[in-house]
Design a protein around this ligand. Structure first.
Ligand code: NAP
Length: 245
């Protein structure tokens, strides 16, 4: 599969899963805009690694929870590359607690769910006009199954599945597909902070008995981004070593 000539925006592309997605899309020939929240150095490293693969890459600092910033970001991508074909809503945060404060509920919903909505809203009109688009939302197995201590995060990830399915129906006629990837337990900064006991307990719930790598998730994103999957929309693909089975 080739993404030669395609232009992509990956939110939260500076680190972890987002960085692996940027690199996989670049490897397949897409130009990549690397969005980040505050870590400019990591974003630059991702962009530089993409350029080494022979594509154009830019970095864009923007808080996805800010609708105006998302509008401006999509405009910047289109002015840099000429068009936007692939939007990957990957940016996400956790604020885990068994008793979640209103502030932590709002912060997680604003970034994970409203952030994806704002980026979709900014991107789908130009995608509809060009009769081509691929939107891929980063959900999670906990959005399907729930998880103690992650009521805010699980709600945001379940919400992303509703957003994915609704937009899939709304945009299908204009040849814009909308799908979601639901990773399990992936080896990134987000999971590195978990206590050892929690990691051991989580590993016991994975039939493959290992953490996933960011590249495992990136390949699933590239599947949905491909021209060859034009007839696949509204789907949720788990990349979780069998965790959600
Ligand atoms: P990570 O290593 O913590 O990286 C998070 C990324 O999101 C960073 O690039 C960060 O930018 C960016 N970000 C955070 N808040 C943002 C905001 N308001 N606006 C723009 N960018 C923002 O996380 P990860 O593990 O790679 O996770 C990536 C996605 O996969 C998330 O949606 C996460 O919920 C989902 N996921 C992860 C796992 C897992 O096990 N790791 C499992 C299921 C789903 P800076 O570098 O600038 O801070």
């Amino acid at each position: 599969m080739s993404l030669q000539g395609r232009n992509a925006l990956v939110t939260g592309g500076s680190r972890g899963i987002g960085r692996a997605i940027c690199l996989e899309l670049a490897r397949q020939g897409a130009n990549v805009a690397v969005n980040y929240a505050g870590n400019a150095q990591a974003a630059e490293e991702t962009a530089a690694a993409c350029r080494e693969l022979g594509v154009q890459a830019v970095t864009i600092r923007a808080d996805v929870a800010d609708a105006a910033a998302c509008e401006a970001m999509v405009k910047e991508v289109i002015s840099s590359f000429g068009s936007l074909h692939i939007l990957v809503n990957n940016a996400g945060i956790t604020r885990d607690n068994l008793s979640i404060s209103e502030a932590d509920f709002d912060a997680v919903l604003d970034t994970n769910l409203k952030g994806a909505f704002c980026c979709c809203k900014a991107a789908y009109r130009p995608m509809m006009r060009q009769r081509y688009g691929r939107i891929i939302n980063m959900s999670s197995v906990v959005g399907l199954r729930g998880n103690a201590g992650q009521a805010n995060y699980s709600a945001s990830k379940a919400g992303l599945i509703g957003l994915t399915k609704s937009l899939a129906k709304e945009l299908a006629a204009r040849k814009v597909t909308v799908n979601a990837v639901a990773p399990g337990f992936i080896d990134t900064d987000m999971t590195a902070v978990l206590p050892e006991a929690a990691k051991k307990a989580l590993l016991k719930t994975i039939p493959m008995a290992r953490l996933g790598q960011p590249e495992d998730v990136a390949r699933a994103v590239a599947f949905f981004a491909a021209d060859e999957t034009a007839y696949v929309t509204g789907q949720v693909l788990c990349v979780d070593g069998g965790m959600a089975v």
